[in-house]
Design a binder for this molecule. Structure first.
Ligand SMILES: Nc1nc2c(ncn2[C@@H]2O[C@H](COP(=O)(O)OP(=O)(O)OP(=O)(O)O)[C@@H](O)[C@H]2O)c(=O)[nH]1
Ligand SMILES: [Mg+2]
Length: 273
C-alpha cells in the first residue's frame, strides 16, 4: 500500500485535491482550519494508471513543522512518525512566499516531494507569473501547476508523485545548531529561512501589479486618513448618525403623545378598536 499525503498551508486546497482524486466529499471552505484531523481513502483508478494500492491522506493545514496549534501538531507528527511514501505539497500560488516556508521544511524530511502550484487560475487573472522550471530547479523537486477546483493538473501530480516513490529527496535549505527549546534561537532560524524563501520568490515570480502601485483601496485609505479631510468626513458621519437617531426618537415621542391625547380615557380606546 502506497500512501500519498497532501500537506501544505491552511486554505491552500488540500481537501479539494483529496476529494477530486478519491471521490470523497470532505468539508472544504474558504477559511483556514477547515480540516482538523487526518483523513485517508483510496485514489480513484482514473488518477493512478492501474496502480491499485494508492491511498491519499488529507491532513490539517500547517505553516510550519514546528507546531503552534494542535492541528499543526497532527500534521508534523504524521509526517515525522508515519513516514508516508511521498508528499504532494499543495502550495497557494497566490501566496508563494508563505507557502514555500513550509515547503523547505518538508524537503528536509527525506521523503520525496512534488509541489502543486495550486490556485494558478487566480494568478493568471491577476497576471502574476511564476517561472515553474526555475522554481523546480531551485527547490530540487518537481513543480506542477494545478487548479484543484477544475481538476486541472491533478492526474499529472498523482503520476509524478508515484514516479518519485523510493527516490531520495535532498533538502535545499537546512537549519543547523538550532536549540528548539530556545525561543530566540528558533525565531532567528525562521527569519533566515524566510530570507532564503524570499530570495527564491524574487527570482521566480513576476507581478503585473507591484506593491508600490496604488489601487482603489489605497486611494480610499489616503482620503479617510487625511489629517483634515479625514476629520471632516468623520464629523459628518457622526453628525448624520446623531441626526438620524434624534429624528427617530422625536418621531416616536410625537406619535406616543398624539396617541395619549386621542385616547385619554380607556373607554375611548376600546370604542375605537
Ligand atoms: N480559485 C481556486 N480556488 C481553489 C482552488 N483550490 C481550492 N480552492 C478553494 O480554496 C478554498 C480552500 O480549499 P480547501 O480544499 O478547503 O483547503 P485546505 O487546504 O483543505 O484547507 P484547510 O483544511 O483549512 O487546511 C475553497 O474555497 C476551495 O474552493 C483552485 O485551484 N482555484
Ligand atoms: Mg482541508
Amino acid at each position: 500500500m502506497i500512501r500519498i499525503v497532501m500537506a501544505g498551508n491552511p486554505n491552500s486546497g488540500k481537501t479539494t485535491v483529496y476529494n477530486a482524486i478519491t471521490g470523497r466529499m470532505e468539508r472544504v471552505g474558504n477559511w483556514t482550519g477547515v480540516t482538523v484531523e487526518k483523513k485517508e481513502f483510496a485514489i480513484k483508478k482514473e488518477y493512478c494508471s492501474g496502480n491499485e494500492d494508492l491511498i491519499a491522506v488529507d491532513l490539517p493545514g500547517a505553516y510550519s513543522m514546528s507546531p503552534f496549534t494542535s492541528e499543526e501538531g497532527i500534521t508534523s507528527k504524521y509526517i515525522r512518525d508515519e513516514k508516508p511514501d511521498v508528499i504532494i505539497n499543495i502550495t497557494d500560488a497566490t501566496n508563494l512566499g508563505r507557502s514555500l516556508f513550509f515547503t523547505t521544511q518538508l524537503l528536509e524530511m527525506g521523503i520525496p516531494v512534488v509541489v502543486a502550484l495550486n490556485k494558478i487560475d487566480i494568478n493568471d487573472s491577476k497576471e502574476t507569473g511564476i517561472d515553474v522550471s526555475q522554481l523546480s530547479a531551485l527547490l530540487g523537486c518537481p513543480v506542477i501547476e494545478t487548479v484543484a477546483t477544475e481538476k486541472r493538473g491533478l492526474k499529472e501530480i498523482v503520476e509524478t508523485a508515484v514516479s518519485l516513490i523510493g527516490k531520495e529527496q535532498k533538502a535545499v535549505y537546512t537549519e543547523k545548531g538550532v536549540d528548539l527549546l530556545d525561543k530566540a534561537s528558533v525565531e532567528e532560524a525562521d527569519r533566515k529561512r524566510f530570507e532564503f524563501v524570499k530570495d527564491v520568490v524574487d527570482k521566480v515570480e513576476t507581478r503585473k501589479v507591484q506593491a508600490k502601485d496604488t489601487n482603489k483601496g489605497d486611494y480610499i485609505d489616503a482620503v479617510l486618513t487625511h489629517p483634515v479631510g479625514g476629520l471632516i468626513i468623520f464629523a459628518a458621519i457622526m453628525f448624520f448618525v446623531f441626526w438620524v437617531s434624534q429624528a427617530k426618537i422625536a418621531d416616536i415621542c410625537l406619535e406616543h403623545q398624539s396617541f395619549s391625547i386621542r385616547y385619554s380615557k380607556k373607554s375611548d380606546f376600546r370604542e375605537n378598536l
